[in-house]
Design a protein around this ligand. Structure first.
Ligand code: PMP
Length: 395
């Protein structure tokens, strides 16, 4: 008996981050100590007051389906947060949908608006899931290259040059995974003009918004003139509150765009987990001190990692302004990024993700997450420098 998979899945691979993760775990099981820099999640625990709020809700019997768009308290907390921190004004009853992670909000938006053949502009490199979500929906990904010499900041001219009559959506992610780049206001303004002139929808994935360093400032594109009506702001709790396993996120935007998103969300999930949503209310309404402390610690690790990488011959490194990734170039080493990632795993016991996993323009780079302890990063960099000495650099 042979059962064929759907056509829609034929060209969709499993995530390649998993491959490195699985090999690293197998090595770990055999007794080898691995420094994990491949996984995109905080190494902190969820703050205690958030856990307690969810725990209380669970004990009190909040164990049933909630409204499809999420509990009232959480939608209101999100609306307050968006107003206070992002200057986005939404009606909590009609313009916010609580989703199962930020990812589900992205899937819902793409399935709500993308028809087969519609083009979606996506920076390259980018979080690899975007591409496959768009392709699952039948859409066509149009890559916009990000360049190391431009600090991986999306260049509006590159966007302009790739617009066709089929372009439907522009996908933005600032702070950016995997490069840590943060879009400055002047660039956002230009991108907003392009979106308005070409009638594009904008998906703004702001999941790393609170992980931001130095003088970088996070600006939500939805707040620029004429943008609210065409932008869906997507955010969540996974990164800033170390709640990735809770699976909670949200989409917010004008009612007219939120209705179709709500429809996809409803048929896919019914609602996000009931008691977890009470934890998210505490995340937004409670103390922000744990976020502040986590960001301070990430910043120390960021500075260490950048400094150590810059000391290594044939390696260059843009200083990331946000998220918890560094995206150094190893182009001078003369291996593909996949070969190099495998080499570093085996020779230096460091797990990181080949840049090629993030798109065509990621080749030659590695994504290193500094969501691992300071001391471990320091020691890993000793091993990395030592291992690279073994490599004969192609002249
Ligand atoms: N967007 C980006 C850019 C991410 O890096 C991630 C997680 N790595 C997500 C969305 C998914 O977030 P969540 O866990 O809330 O689904």
């Amino acid at each position: 008996m042979s059962i064929e998979i759907s056509n829609r899945l034929t060209n969709i691979p499993f995530s390649s981050i998993r491959e490195i993760f699985d090999e690293a775990n197998a090595m770990q099981k055999s007794g080898i100590n691995i420094t994990h820099m491949e996984i995109g999640r905080p190494d902190f625990d969820t703050p205690i007051h958030i856990k307690e709020a969810a725990n209380t809700a669970l004990q009190e019997g909040f164990v049933h389906y909630t409204a499809n768009n999420g509990i009232q308290e959480l939608r209101e907390a999100i609306a307050v947060k968006l107003k206070r921190e992002n200057k986005i004004h939404v009606d909590p009853n009609k313009e916010v949908v609580v989703s199962v992670g930020c990812k589900e909000a992205i899937v819902s938006m793409i399935f709500a608006f993308i028809n087969p053949g519609d083009e979606v502009l996506i920076p390259d490199p980018a979080w690899l899931e975007y591409q496959y979500i768009v392709e699952l929906a039948g859409g066509v990904v149009v890559s916009i290259p990000l360049r190391e010499e431009e600090d991986f900041i999306l260049n509006p001219d590159d966007v302009r040059g790739r617009i066709t009559s089929k372009t439907k959506m522009l996908l933005l992610n600032s702070p950016h995974n995997p490069t840590g780049a943060v879009l400055p206001e002047a660039y956002l303004k230009e991108l907003a003009d392009i979106a308005i002139n070409h009638n594009l929808l904008v998906l703004s994935d702001e999941i790393y918004e609170k992980l931001i360093y130095e003088d970088a400032e996070h600006i939500s594109i939805a707040t620029l003139p004429g943008m609210f009506e065409r932008t869906i702001t997507i955010n969540g709790f996974s990164k800033a509150y170390a709640m990735d396993g809770w699976r909670l996120g949200y989409a917010a935007g004008p009612e007219k765009l939120m209705k179709p998103i709500m429809k996809v969300h409803q048929y896919n999930t019914s609602s996000a987990t009931s008691f977890a949503q009470y934890g998210a209310v505490a995340a937004y309404m409670g103390t922000q001190e744990p976020v502040y402390e986590m960001v301070q610690e990430f910043d120390k690790r960021r500075q260490l990692l950048v400094k150590r990488l810059k000391e290594i011959e044939h390696v260059s490194c843009v200083v990331p302004q946000g998220a918890f990734y560094v995206f150094p170039s190893f182009k001078g080493i003369g291996m593909t990024s996949k070969e190099l990632a495998t080499f570093l795993l085996r020779e230096a016991q460091i797990a990181c993700v080949p840049g090629s996993a993030f798109g065509n323009y990621g080749e030659g780079y590695l994504r290193m997450a500094y969501s691992t302890e300071y001391k471990q990063i320091d020691e890993a960099m000793d091993r990395l420098a030592e291992a690279l000495k073994q490599v004969k650099v192609k002249g």
